[in-house]
Structures are given as structure tokens and as C-alpha cells.
Design a protein around this ligand. Structure first.
Ligand code: TPP
Length: 367
């Protein structure tokens, strides 16, 4: 195990003082630790390609090495600027990647992480990125050697980090919630009570899908497709479905996921499907991986959705408005955006989707 403090100190000792990344559960102790830095030095980015690009911009203005942290699923988002800008055959810009290794061969993990976990080392090799695996504090020496090499050769280097390796000194304080606060589960419960029986739900990565599965134990209204991976793409899947279906299509999105790939919101507005209904569960954070902020609270979703071509916008901020606003939302002609302002908080012992092929098959019945 390696403490977040020690890892940060090692980077600083090697003159790496700029950090950008997308939160990940494996790296949460690290990203929470570096959150003490001012926002010029630690930028929580919307997607991994943007994090790499922020790092490239930082290098161009300072000639110093940036550190980019990400989950290995986000490596695919990052590859474009890594290979087409930073690569030594293009601009040869040095980057340090810290990668949370979900689905590593030694550790049990969710189905959506297995294939990516297995190919991650090969992917780095194919990209020509030298890497080490960090497990213990003594592995930091290897990492330091790689950082020095990145600086000398203007190359990209990486370290892979498995679940449970990075620890924090401080114990997490649990926030006390008031009875009045509106959480995701309150909304979902009322929502699946009201939706038409044959509607289709595409739900985003993390707690949203897991809470929906939990509710499905008692409700059969509608069918769900859980976006266990492909964070940020649930709206595109839902739009694609709505184009060739008369069913009501509901996309349950998170603010972090919407920000990750915001462009499809314009596709939704442009395609103007009556049956496309979009919900953003906005807690201004990446709650599923540690609660790091997303900055979504600064967005005026009403103005945004209007300018993107959505026909209707609704908002819920309090429990008392759930019933009537969900009713109006369901009755509306899409594309409609519903922003639900929620507090962080989930329920205990959440299940995870297991038999994904069965889920797909059931979703596709009565298309
Ligand atoms: C490409 C990619 N990057 C990072 C992650 C890790 N990840 C899983 S859930 C999540 C947070 C999603 O935030 P939000 O959409 O706001 O939903 P919340 O967790 O708050 O319910 C992140 C960053 C991922 N699954 N895929």
C-alpha cells in the first residue's frame, strides 16, 4: 500500500506540480488528497482526453511535466491527444499518466472492466508508453525513474495502480443528511411508479443504474438498459433507440456523465424526437467514485437545453415537487430535459448488474 501523501510528495519532489484527471474509485484517495491544491494546479476534468489536453497546454506554457490521472476505461478517451499530439512522432510532449487499473487479472471485478483490464498493459505497449505497476512504497523508485525518462526524452510514461493500493491517512467524515434532502433514490422510486408500462430506460454508469436495479425487485414498469461502461454515452444510446421506436425513451443521466460528452445534447435537440426524455440527476459530483465535484452546479440547464433545441425543460429541487413534476415530464412532448437537483446519498448494499446478455435480451423484447 502507498499513502496518497507519499505518492504526491514523490511527484512534487520530481517537480511534477500540475494535476488533471477524471475521478476513479481506485484513485479517489489520491484525487481527494490533491484537492488541497488551488484550481490552477488541480483541474478535475470532464473527460480523460480533455485532461491530457489540459496537461499538454500546461506543458506548452511552463515546460513542466503534467500528471494526468484516470481510470483505465478512460484511456480510450485519452488516446486521441496522446497519440496524435503528444506522441514523439508528432510534438513529443512529456506526460505522466497515473492509471487506476480496473479489471486487473489478479483482482475480482465487474464484467465491464474485465476485457479492458486484461488489455491495458498491451494497450500501453502498443502506444509505446513505458509503465510500471505501483503496489508498494518501494515501487515509487521505478516510477521516479520513468518520470526522469519522460523529462529527458519528452515522452509519455505511466503507472498502473490496482484496487486498494492508495490509502489515505484521514478517515472520511460521513455527512449527516436531513430528512428534507432529495436523493437519487427518492426520484427513481417515484419515476418508475409513473412511467408508461412499455417505456425504455437507458441509465448511466454508477449508482444510478445500481439503484434502479434495486428498485426493479418490486417494479416491472418499463425495461432498463444499464450503461455499466461507456460513461457519458447513455444519451447517445437513448437517442439512437428513440429514432427507430415509438416507445417512450428515458435517459437517466448524471451530471458528471453529461459533462463527459456534452455534444450529444445538441444531437438530441437537432433530431427533435418526441419520445426522447432526458433526466440529469445533478448532485454536482461524481458520487459513485468518491464525491469529487463536477462543477455542474454552475450550469443553467434551462438556457442550455433551450439553445440546443430541446422543446421543454423542467426542474425538481424538492421532494414535495416530485410527483407533479414527474407527471408533467412524462406527459410532455420531447425532446425534454428534466434537471433533478439532488444531494449525495445512496442506499446500503446496492446490487450490481450481473447477467448482461440476459439484460440486453429482455430489453429488446417488444421493441
Ligand atoms: C471513461 C470513464 N471515466 C471514468 C469512469 C469512472 N466513473 C464511474 S462512475 C463516475 C462518476 C459519474 O458521475 P455522475 O454521472 O455525476 O454520477 P454520480 O456518480 O454522481 O451518480 C466515474 C467518474 C468511468 N466509468 N469511465
Amino acid at each position: 500500500m502507498i499513502s496518497a501523501k507519499k505518492l504526491t510528495k514523490t511527484l512534487i519532489k520530481n517537480k511534477v506540480t500540475f494535476f488533471s484527471g477524471v475521478p476513479d474509485s481506485i484513485l479517489k484517495n489520491f484525487s481527494n488528497y490533491i484537492d488541497r491544491f488551488p484550481k490552477k494546479k488541480h483541474v478535475i476534468s470532464v473527460n480523460e482526453g480533455s485532461a491530457v489536453s489540459l496537461g499538454i497546454g500546461y506543458y506548452l506554457s511552463t515546460k513542466k511535466l503534467p500528471c494526468i490521472y484516470l481510470q483505465n476505461s478512460g484511456l480510450s478517451n485519452a488516446i486521441n491527444p496522446i497519440i496524435s499530439i503528444a506522441n514523439k512522432t508528432v510534438y513529443s510532449i512529456p506526460l505522466i499518466l497515473m492509471i487506476g487499473w480496473r479489471g486487473s487479472p489478479n483482482i475480482k471485478d465487474e464484467p465491464q472492466h474485465l476485457a479492458k483490464g486484461e488489455i491495458t498493459p498491451d494497450l500501453l505497449k502498443t502506444l509505446g508508453i513505458k509503465f510500471c505497476i505501483l503496489k508498494k512504497a518501494r515501487d515509487l523508485k521505478k516510477f521516479e525513474t520513468l518520470i526522469k525518462e519522460a523529462r529527458k526524452k519528452n515522452s509519455t510514461v505511466a503507472c498502473l495502480i490496482e484496487k486498494g493500493v492508495i490509502i489515505s491517512e484521514k478517515r472520511k467524515r460521513t455527512k449527516v443528511k436531513s430528512n428534507k434532502s432529495l436523493i437519487r433514490f427518492d426520484f427513481l422510486k417515484e419515476f418508475i411508479n409513473q412511467i408508461p408500462r412499455n417505456s425504455k430506460i437507458i441509465s448511466t454508469t454508477g449508482y444510478t443504474s445500481r439503484e434502479l436495479i434495486e428498485l426493479r425487485k418490486n417494479s416491472k414498469r418499463g425495461k432498463d438498459f444499464y450503461m455499466v461502461g461507456g460513461m457519458g454515452h447513455s444519451s447517445s444510446v437513448a437517442i439512437g433507440y428513440s429514432l427507430h421506436s415509438r416507445k417512450e425513451v428515458y435517459c437517466l443521466d448524471g451530471d458528471g456523465s453529461v459533462l463527459m460528452h456534452m455534444g450529444p445534447l445538441r444531437t438530441a435537440g437537432f433530431l427533435n424526437r418526441k419520445n426522447f426524455k432526458h433526466i440529469i440527476l445533478n448532485n454536482n459530483s461524481h458520487e459513485s467514485v468518491g464525491g469529487q465535484i463536477t462543477t455542474a452546479s454552475g450550469i443553467n440547464f434551462m438556457m442550455l437545453s433551450k439553445s440546443l433545441g430541446y422543446k421543454n425543460f423542467l426542474k425538481i429541487s424538492a421532494k414535495k415537487d416530485l410527483k407533479k413534476t414527474i407527471k408533467r415530464f412524462i406527459k410532455s412532448n420531447g425532446p425534454t430535459l428534466l434537471e433533478v437537483k439532488i444531494d449525495n446519498g445512496t442506499i446500503k448494499n446496492l446490487s450490481r448488474p450481473k447477467n448482461l446478455l440476459k439484460i440486453k435480451k429482455e430489453f429488446m423484447i417488444n421493441r
